[in-house]
Write a protein that binds this ligand. Structure first.
Ligand SMILES: C[S@@+](CC[C@H](N)C(=O)[O-])C[C@H]1O[C@@H](n2cnc3c(N)ncnc32)[C@H](O)[C@@H]1O
Length: 294
C-alpha cells in the first residue's frame, strides 16, 4: 500500500507519529495494560483527530506541542487509567457522554436497560421516569432523548455525577430531564411510571479482586453498596409501592454473580409482584423488569 506523508498543522517537527506510537506500545505491553493498542489508537484519534484507518497508512509528523499532549495522555494510560477517563468521553446507546475521572464509566451491557424500555413503551401517553444512581446520566438522558414527551428525573448522591450529568444533558440538548442530588434511601415518597437503575451491586469483599483499572478509577460508591451487594435491590423491592405507580414497571441491571439468585428469590417470595428476566448478548441474566401482579 502506498504511504502518504502528511504534516499536521501546529509547527511540525521531524518526529514521526508512528515511531512515537511504536515506542509507547512496547512500554504498554511491558506493563501488561489490557487492549493497549486499541486504547492507544483511541487517544490518537481523540487528541490528533487521526483515525486508525489513516494512522498506519500515512506518515504523520507531530509537533513538540503534540508530543507533549500525547506524552501526558500515554503516561496516564501507563498507570492503567481507563481510556474513557483519559479522553473524557464514552459512547453509550446513541450519544457520546462526558466521563471525566471520578465518574462511573457507562458499560455497553447497560444499554440493554434502554432496549427493554424501548420494547415496552411508545412516546405517548407521556410517562414519568426515575433513574436511580444516574452517574454520567447515560441511562436517563438516553431515555429522555428517545421519548421527548417523557419527564425524566435522574438522582445521584455524588456531586461529581450531578455536575457531569447536568453538563451531558445540556451538551446533548436534552431538556426533559431534571438531575437532582438525592440519596435514594432518604427520598420523599413519590411515584413514577418507569423506574430504571444500574445500582452499585458489588459485595464490598469483591472490590480487592477487581482489575486495577476498575478498582482504582471507578468511584467506590458506584461499584459497591459497601455491604453484600443486595442493599439497593432489597430497598427497591421492599419500597416498590412507594416508588412505582400501579401500572408502572421497574427495570434494574443485575450482576453476573450469586446475588442475582438472591434477587430472584426475594421477588418470588413477594406475592404482590412479578418479574421478567432479560439476558445480554453473552446469555447472562442482565436486567430484571418488576411490576405489580394484576
Ligand atoms: C453503577 S453506577 C451507575 C451510573 C450510571 N447509571 C451508569 O449506568 O453508567 C451507580 C451510581 O449510583 C450512585 N449512588 C450510590 N449510592 C447512591 C444512593 N444512595 N442514592 C443515589 N445514588 C447513589 C453512584 O454515585 C453512581 O453514580
Amino acid at each position: 500500500m502506498q504511504r502518504t506523508t502528511l504534516r499536521l498543522i501546529d509547527m511540525p517537527s521531524n518526529y514521526l507519529l508512528i515511531d512515537f506510537l511504536n515506542k509507547k506500545l512496547v512500554d504498554l505491553k511491558k506493563k501488561q495494560i489490557d487492549e493497549y493498542k486499541q486504547k492507544s489508537e483511541m487517544i490518537i484519534d481523540d487528541l490528533l483527530e487521526i483515525p486508525k484507518a489513516e494512522l498506519y497508512t500515512n506518515d504523520f509528523f507531530i509537533s513538540d506541542k503534540q508530543v507533549q499532549k500525547l506524552e501526558a495522555a500515554f503516561s496516564l494510560l501507563l498507570e492503567d487509567m481507563p481510556v474513557q477517563h483519559i479522553i473524557g468521553k464514552t459512547y453509550f446507546y446513541q450519544d457520546c457522554f462526558l466521563t471525566p475521572p471520578g465518574i462511573f464509566i457507562p458499560r455497553p451491557e447497560t444499554e440493554l436497560l434502554i432496549d427493554c424500555i424501548k420494547n415496552d413503551f411508545k412516546d405517548e401517553p407521556p410517562k414519568t421516569v426515575l433513574d436511580i444512581g444516574c452517574g454520567s446520566g447515560c441511562i436517563g438522558i438516553s431515555i429522555a432523548n428517545l421519548y421527548k414527551s417523557f419527564k425524566v428525573t435522574g438522582i445521584d448522591i455524588s456531586d461529581k455525577a450531578i455536575e457531569v450529568a447536568t453538563k451531558n444533558a445540556i451538551s446533548l440538548k436534552v431538556s426533559n430531564i431534571n438531575i437532582i442530588k438525592q440519596d435514594i434511601f432518604n427520598m420523599k415518597p413519590k411515584k413514577f411510571d418507569i423506574i430504571v437503575s444500574n445500582p452499585p451491586y458489588l459485595d464490598i469483599n469483591e472490590i480487592p479482586l477487581l482489575d486495577s483499572a476498575v478498582k482504582n478509577h471507578d468511584p467506590l460508591n458506584a461499584l459497591s453498596d459497601k455491604e453484600d451487594g443486595l442493599k439497593f435491590y432489597k430497598y427497591f423491592i421492599n419500597n416498590l409501592f412507594d416508588l412505582l405507580k400501579i401500572d408502572g414497571a421497574m427495570y434494574f441491571e443485575i450482576p453476573k454473580s450469586q446475588i442475582t439468585n438472591q434477587i430472584i428469590d426475594m421477588i418470588s417470595n413477594n406475592s404482590n409482584i412479578e418479574s421478567i428476566i432479560f439476558k445480554d448478548l453473552e446469555r447472562n441474566k442482565r436486567v430484571i423488569k418488576v411490576f405489580f401482579r394484576k
